[in-house]
Every structure is written in structure tokens, then in C-alpha cells.
Design a protein around this ligand. Structure first.
Ligand code: F6P
Length: 607
């Protein structure tokens, strides 16, 4: 029977159940899910199935959001068209004028939630812009898609998976069902197991093979299994147990491993092998090298159980590697790699800061989750930030976004955000497989603020590109030292002010600057930024801040109608590297393009 026909039948059944026996949409969905699962067995073509899941997602969206145009291509949505006209009208309006004409702007264009204050008044938007952006979010079915994520629907359609990082921070007692199974209780089972383990390592109760206390913890992982852990360790170092040393190995470049263990003793070192799949080339290569390094000094396979634990969704591969699955911390396929730092992948964070602080971090994530799910879009921090990114990317041709933390502990935050944002929204096809009609995910980059001021800020202030900036600062420092913190924060406010208002030629001339130098000293201004403020960098605030960006990324993906949760773009390079590896180690004939052949030959001759 044709798939379309079956789905029509399914929909009729849904309507019948809906009208006869069921009163809630959720109940309809549960029955729909079971019927859908049974049906999936009938469909053999992956492409056909994908299209059907997309279609069904659109229908769910319509049902739950009440929107009627969610599946309309972006450039045909009425809010989009209105935004295009509006953008043309306000493109040349300067922020100086906007502030001059609206004395309340600096107060009005702000929002605060979950301990985070967002000043977005220095963006090139008016009240009308915001109204239209919010309409775009509504017309794109954002509300329904948020609900779909929070209720465990399989919104990662190309992998047919739920996207449930929000379940990782759901309090005990909440329920989120996937395929009829509540996913929250197992999250807390793993959290408890992690807590027990972390306490044992921190207290010295967990001993190495020779009976010595563990002094060093080395996390081996890459991508989401590394960037989150490193960023969180650095961000929360202030709260970490200082008699433990933490190292992070990710690169397959042997130097990374060699330098990480250079001054460590194997009998005092614990390796956390973090990999969702437990098949990632870099991680497995480093894990095998770690095994050899440990055994070279401990000289007994039985030592592995004391010095290696695994964090993975793949128990089979974990045992194949030789790690007892009793020493494995589990997570689930609905946790995307770049959304996994609050799962067991965060074990190094928990060992560093302790289970209580880790749970505070989860509470921070959860506070932002609740805000995102329940707050009207016009006051919703992640929605506003996501929409502003769409605004600049698609109507101002902005290619990049700078994230500039004025907090030394957040030095790895921009690197972490690069995977979160770019692996999520670096997509060129829509959910239905068509080429997108607009630009999608911008390039995110950044460095701690004052350092950046003395390197790349020149281009942000006076270059030819528009680079919207997020400045992140805190009212209090964790390390009070003379006037340092006031100086640091003075720079946040000064940079945002300078970018927005600049300095006119008249102002420069009035300072007595020679005529020839005037153009060089003019700051055009009208360069947008957000200022994000919080009390001080605590585990809770870190969680809230990360969730803010996670949900901003989600918002962008919904507007662009792309799958923010797959990452097929990393596959081709992996496959080619595996093939080329064999060729680098062999002498066989090469069948690549002439450039690649020549490079391989050169390497073979000189290695
Ligand atoms: O190559 C990309 C990627 O799949 C990321 O999405 C992921 O975070 C990383 O590799 C590591 O994957 P794993 O945790 O399975 O080793």
C-alpha cells in the first residue's frame, strides 16, 4: 500500500479517536506514536520515511501551536515579507537617532529572567522590528516546536530521535515520555551513580591499582565530549577541588596526549573515556594510547578497572574496549553530543566541583528551560536572542557573531559555543530537503573581552563588516583585587557604547585633530550588541547561560526550518580520512584527484 495512503488512514484513525474517545492532544499523540511505530516497519525507503516524518512533524506543529502556516517556506511567510520591507526602511537609521527619539529605549529594550539581565537596546531594531520578529516566530510554529521538544517528540527527523537535553535537568518527579517510556527516572539514577563515584574520587576512597589515592583526572573525548567538559572545568575552576589535577585530551595529534600525561604517574591517574558512540577515531586512538601508557607502568590488565571509566551510550563498544560496564556511566541517544555537558559527559565537571555544585548547575539550566517554555516571546531571552541573530544574518548580511565574555573563567566559552551554534545550524537544506532560500547559521567566534580589545576589536569598530557582539559581564568578581573588576566592567559598557554611538567627524574635528587624520579617527557607530549581565559566575549561572544559548540556537533553527540536531556534514571527511590513513601506511596506487594524490605521495616520501 502506498505510504501516503497509509498516513491518510492513520490521520483518519487519529481524528476518529480524537472525536470519539480522547480529550487531550497528548493522548492523541501517544496513540499516534504507537500506530506510527507499527507503521514504520512497512516503509522501506529512507527518503520516503524522512518526508513522512517531516510531514507528520508539521501536522503536530499545527495541532499543538494552532498555527496554520508553519510549513510555509520561510521567504513566503507573511512576517518574513513584512520584515524584508521593514529592514529596507530602517537599514540606514542610526542607533544615535533611535536613542534620541526614544528616551526610554535603554529601559524598554531589556529583559530579565533566571538571574540573567539582557540589554538588547543597542540593536538596530525598533518596536516594530520586534513585533514582526515575534510574528515570524509565531508564524514559524515556534511555540509548537518548543512543546514538541519538551514532550519528547522525535524532532531530530534525519536521525529519528527525540531531542531531550532538557530531560537531563528535569527535577525528580517530572516525566517526559519517549516511545511510552519516562526518560526522567533513569537520568536521576545515573546522576546518583555519578555522585557516588565523584564523592569517592574526591574523598580519596577510590584508590588506584597500587592503593594510591587518585590525584589526576584525564578526560578523553572530542567535540561535545570534550568542549563542554573543558569549558565547564575552566568556568567553574573557582569551585573545584584544588588537590585534583584535571587534563583534557581531544586531538588525535599524539602531542595532546603526550603533554597531558607528561608529568603524571599512572598509579595516581584516572581516565574518563567520554564518547557517545565509543567509536570516534580520535577518542578511541587516545583511549588505546592511555591504556598502553597505564599498563606500561602498572603491568597488569586488572589495573584497567581502577584507572578507566567510560561515559557512553554504547555498552557493547565499552566492553569491547576492556572497560567493565559496571564502570560505565550511561546516557541516551536523545542527548546530542553538543548538548551533553550536563549528562554523564559532565562527570569530570562533577568530580571537579562536587555533586552538589553540579546539581546547582543543572538547576540553572532548568530555570532557563522553564523560562523558554513558558514566557511570551517578546520577553523570552533565548527567543529574543535567536530572533536578533536571524535579523542580522538574513537582513543585514552579517556573517559572524562575536561572543565576548568579560570573565577570565569563561575563556573557553566561545569555543564551546562554536560547536553548539555551528554544528547545530550550519545547514543548507530545510527539513524537507530543499536548499534553503536564505542564509542560515552564522560563524560564532570570540575571546575574553579585554584581550580581544587589543587584537581584533579594531575590525569590529572600524572595519567594513557588521559583527553583532554579545558582551557578557558580572556584577561581582570571584577574585576581588583592587580596582580590577570595575576596570573590567568599565570596558564592557564602554565597548558597547562606542560600537553603538561611535564618534562623528565633527566630534573628532572639535578635538583639534588635523584634517587629514579626521577620517581615520571617525567611528561610524551603529554597530549592534547585546549586553548580558549576571550576579557572579556560579555553577547555577553557568547552567543558565548555556541553556540561554542552546535555546537561542533552537529558535534560529525553527525559523530557518532546518534540523539543528543532526551533523551529517562531519561524515564525509571522516570516511575519506579512514581511506587515506590506509594509503599513508601503504604503497598502493592512489586514485584521488591529482592534488590529493600528490600530497599523499609527498607525505609518503618524507614521513
Ligand atoms: O564529529 C562530530 C561529532 O559527532 C560531534 O557531534 C560529537 O560531539 C563528537 O563527534 C564526538 O562524538 P562521540 O561523543 O560519539 O565520541
Amino acid at each position: 500500500m502506498c505510504p501516503c495512503g497509509l498516513w491518510c488512514l492513520w490521520d483518519c484513525l487519529m481524528l476518529w479517536f480524537g472525536s470519539r474517545t480522547l480529550t487531550t492532544i497528548n493522548a492523541q499523540k501517544e496513540i499516534g506514536k504507537s500506530l506510527g511505530q507499527a507503521y514504520r516497519g512497512w516503509v522501506c525507503s529512507r527518503k520516503v520515511r524522512l518526508r513522512i516524518v517531516v510531514w507528520r512533524g508539521g501536522r503536530d506543529d499545527l495541532r499543538s501551536s494552532g498555527m496554520t502556516t508553519a510549513a510555509t517556506p520561510l521567504s513566503e511567510r507573511s512576517a518574513w515579507k513584512a520584515l524584508a520591507q521593514h529592514a529596507a526602511a530602517i537599514k540606514d537609521v542610526h542607533l544615535r537617532t533611535m536613542f534620541a527619539e526614544d528616551p526610554a529605549r535603554g529601559e524598554r529594550f531589556t529583559a530579565e529572567a533566571a538571574g540573567i539581565f539582557l540589554d538588547y537596546s543597542k540593536n538596530r531594531v525598533t518596536g516594530e522590528t520586534l513585533k514582526l520578529l515575534v510574528s515570524l516566530a509565531e508564524e514559524s510554529g515556534l511555540k509548537g516546536r518548543i512543546e514538541a521538544m519538551f514532550t519528547g517528540e522525535k524532532i531530530n527527523i534525519t536521525e529519528n530521535r527525540a531531542v531531550l537535553h532538557v530531560a537531563l535537568r528535569a527535577p525528580k518527579g517530572e516525566s517526559i515520555f519517549v516511545d511510552g517510556v519516562d526518560q526522567v527516572p533513569p537520568v536521576h539514577v545515573v546522576l546518583d551513580k555519578m555522585s557516588d563515584f565523584a564523592d569517592r574520587v574526591r574523598s580519596g576512597e577510590w584508590k588506584g591499582f597500587t592503593g594510591k589515592k587518585i590525584k589526576n583526572v584525564v578526560n578523553i573525548g572530542i567535540g561535545g565530549s570534550d568542549l563542554g567538559p573543558v569549558m565547564a572545568y575552566e568556568a567553574l575552576k573557582h569551585y573545584s577541588q584544588r588537590d585534583l589535577t584535571f587534563r583534557f585530551v581531544s586531538n588525535v595529534d599524539g602531542t595532546d596526549f603526550a603533554e597531558a600525561v607528561e608529568d603524571l604517574s599512572a598509579d595516581e591517574t584516572l581516565f574518563l573515556v567520554a564518547s557517545k558512540t565509543f567509536t570516534t577515531l580520535e577518542t578511541m586512538t587516545n583511549a588505546h594510547s592511555a591504556r598502553e601508557w597505564a599498563l606500561a607502568s602498572l603491568k597488569d590488565d586488572a589495573a584497567i578497572a581502577k584507572h578507566f571509566v567510560a561515559i557512553s551510550t554504547n555498552a557493547k563498544e565499552v566492553s569491547k574496549f576492556g572497560i567493565d560496564t559496571a564502570n560505565m556511566f550511561e546516557f541516551w541517544d536523545w542527548v546530542g553530543g553538543r548538548y551533553s555537558m550536563d549528562s554523564a559527559i559532565g562527570l569530570s565537571t562533577m568530580v571537579a566541583i562536587g555533586p552538589d555544585a553540579f546539581r546547582e548547575m543543572l538547576a540553572g539550566f532548568h530555570a532557563m528551560d522553564v523560562h523558554f517554555r513558558t514566557t511570551p516571546f517578546a520577553e523570552n531571552l533565548p527567543v529574543l536572542m535567536g530572533l536578533l541573530t536571524v535579523w542580522y544574518t538574513d537582513f543585514f548580511d552579517a556573517q559572524t557573531m562575536a561572543v565576548l565574555p568579560y570573565e577570565q573563567y569563561l575563556k573557553r566559552f566561545p569555543a564551546y559555543l562554536q560547536q553548539l551554534t555551528m554544528e547545530s545550524n550550519g545547514k543548507h537544506v530545510t527539513l524537507t530537503g530543499e536548499h534553503v532560500a536564505t542564509e542560515t547559521g552564522p560563524i560564532y567566534w570570540g575571546e575574553p573581552g579585554t584581550n580581544g580589545q587589543h587584537s581584533f576589536y579594531q575590525l569590529i569598530h572600524q572595519g567594513t563588516r557588521l559583527i553583532p557582539c554579545d558582551f557578557i559581564g558580572f556584577y561581582k568578581t570571584l577574585n576581588p583585587l583592587g580596582r580590577h573588576h570595575d576596570m573590567l566592567m568599565a570596558n564592557v559598557f564602554a565597548q558597547a557604547e562606542a560600537l553603538a554611538f561611535g564618534k562623528t567627524a565633527e566630534e573628532v574635528k572639535a578635538e583639534g585633530v588635523p584634517e587629514a587624520l579626521v577620517p581615520h579617527k571617525v567611528f561610524e557607530g551603529n554597530r549592534p550588541s547585546n549586553v548580558i549581565l549576571a550576579d557572579k559566575l556560579t555553577p547555577k549561572v553557568l547552567g543558565t547561560l548555556i541553556a540561554l544559548y542552546e535555546h537561542a540556537v533552537f529558535t534560529q533553527g525553527i525559523i530557518w526550518s532546518i534540523d539543528s540536531f543532526d551533523q551529517w556534514g562531519v561524515e564525509l571527511g571522516k570516511v575519506l580520512a579512514t581511506r587515506i590513513l590506509g594509503e599513508l601506511e601503504g604503497t598502493g596506487e592512489l586514485k584521488h584527484d591529482t592534488s590529493t594524490n600528490r600530497l599523499i605521495e609527498k607525505y609518503r616520501a618524507n614521513k
